[in-house]
Write a new protein. Sequence first.
Length: 135
Amino acid sequence: MSLTNAFRVAASGTVAQSQRLNAIASNIANAESTTSATGEAYRARQVVFRPTPGFGSVAAGVEVAAVVESSAALKRQYRPGHPHADAQGYVQASNVDPVEEMVNMVAASRSYQMNVDLMNNSRQLIQRVIDMVRT
């Protein structure tokens, strides 16, 4: 793999992880939501990645294939005074699990940082090659 390919792979990884972090932030922000634009409680969103085609069997990076809503059941909470409560006093709440989202955020942040480190290391190697050629 050439250093320019390493840049391409790392750049695609940072873009993909950035989109994953945005979805996680949206999930955390809406964890207590009882309604959304659809009128139903907010459903957690997950980013699905796929490899980008490269040369032969070698992938040239990663891209976001889709952002999908979780199929997990919405939480049902007894909150009789809530404006969205049904006749029995229950509210349909978001299916976001804040602990799971925090774990996902740590993993996405680390992956993002590793891609940035890869770009920095590749840049340093290219600079060393240039310095060697100059001398």
